[in-house]
Write a protein that binds this ligand. Structure first.
Ligand SMILES: Cc1cc2nc3c(=O)[nH]c(=O)nc-3n(C[C@H](O)[C@H](O)[C@H](O)COP(=O)(O)O)c2cc1C
Length: 345
């Protein structure tokens, strides 16, 4: 009886997120470049979650093909993630509109007004990342339909503030205005329940889905995740403010250690006049070019980028996407059972 109460309570807490996403549960599989392609995205959506295709650096034609291939594998809703710095963003926006994509996640910076209004006019639901409460309010005023609040624990490109702090700042301020999805550092269902109780409409997880059986990530990439502990997922460090490094959380490996040395050597070469400051900046910026593909697809786990969040410590084995989602829902329901008095029938 108590178990059913937990599940019922969870369903109530997720209702708004499910309504917005059109899915059975309000768990989004966050887009991961090279990982979130047709197979994983359709598996997450077929399992009742909400898969999000990663566009990454894809060209518009390739994205259209991937959307169609995903749709061939699932009749359930899924989203598409576009990086706003993509040089062909306008064409990508036209592609998702032409393919009648229902939900678009705009990532990598503030969404340009033109892209946002074009998507809204075409009837797509737009989600954007809110790194601060001020930006969250600005995004809502600009017309985004929902927010994703992602903290520094997450895998991939990160901001400086913890999910827990952002959730406390943004949920009380905006959760009643638009659906807010919380991301970063979530590996257990109890955490999902806690954010839902704080007013989140749902959650987004990336790291937990990397080792889904349906994920095409190389077996060595998956093995690195299964072996890793939370403390192995570290943020990249910038040695000198003149040479910016975009913070990325990834598992420590040879590439991340060499990166520190490479920055120091490049800065020295600039000091000695062997490189201009601009050349030094570009060299540091290009260090990671192609590195995620090298690790995810080629399985070069020493020289590639092993983007992963701190929740990697909770990735213990390869599992079907459906099992991962079922486990998270079960943990969330059990947590609610323990913390809530039994509801009257
Ligand atoms: C390997 C990897 C690649 C990612 N690529 C993207 C991306 O292309 N676009 C994006 O918006 N987020 C990207 N993310 C972030 C995820 O979508 C998600 O928000 C994040 O993983 C949530 O935090 P978690 O890793 O703690 O679950 C990536 C994360 C990982 C681990």
């Amino acid at each position: 009886m108590a178990e059913r109460d937990g599940a019922r309570h969870l369903a109530r807490l997720m209702a708004r997120g499910c309504d917005f996403l059109g899915s059975d549960c309000a768990i989004m599989g966050g887009a991961m470049t090279w990982v979130s392609e047709r197979t994983l995205v359709s598996a997450i959506s077929n399992a009742g979650g909400f898969g999000v295709l990663a566009c990454g650096a894809m060209e518009p034609g390739r994205l259209g093909e991937e959307i169609r291939a995903t749709r061939a594998r699932t009749a359930r809703p899924f989203g598409v993630n576009l990086i706003v710095m993509h040089p062909r963003l306008d064409e990508l926006v036209e592609t998702v509109i032409a393919e009648s994509v229902s939900h678009v996640v705009l990532a990598g910076g503030l969404p340009p007004a033109r892209a946002l209004s074009r998507l809204r006019d075409a009837g797509a639901k737009v989600l954007a990342f809110a790194p601060t409460v001020a930006i969250a309010r600005k995004l809502v005023r600009a017309g985004v339909h929902a927010l994703i609040v992602e903290g520094t624990e997450a895998g991939g490109h990160i901001g400086p503030v913890a999910t827990q702090v952002l959730a406390q700042e943004i949920l009380p301020a905006l959760a009643e205005v638009v659906p807010v999805f919380v991301a970063g550092g979530i590996g257990h269902g109890a955490m999902i329940a806690a954010y839902l109780e704080m007013g989140a409409a749902g959650v987004q997880l990336g790291t937990r889905f990397v080792c889904a059986r349906e994920s095409i990530a190389h077996p060595d990439f998956k093995r690195a995740f299964i072996r890793a502990a939370a403390r192995d997922a570290v943020a990249s460090v910038q040695l000198d403010p003149r040479f910016p490094v975009i913070p990325v959380r990834a598992l420590k490996n040879r590439a991340s250690e060499t990166f520190m040395r490479f920055q120091a050597e490049t800065i020295d070469r600039v000091a000695r006049g062997e490189l201009t400051e601009e050349q030094g900046r570009l060299a540091i910026e290009h260090y990671w070019a192609g590195a995620l593909r090298r690790a995810v697809i080629d399985g070069d786990v020493e020289n590639g980028s092993l983007m992963a969040g701190q929740s990697v410590g909770m990735v213990r084995r390869e599992q079907d996407a459906a099992t991962i989602i079922a486990e998270l829902l079960d943990e969330a329901a059990r947590h609610l059972e323990r913390t809530e008095p039994a509801c009257p029938a």
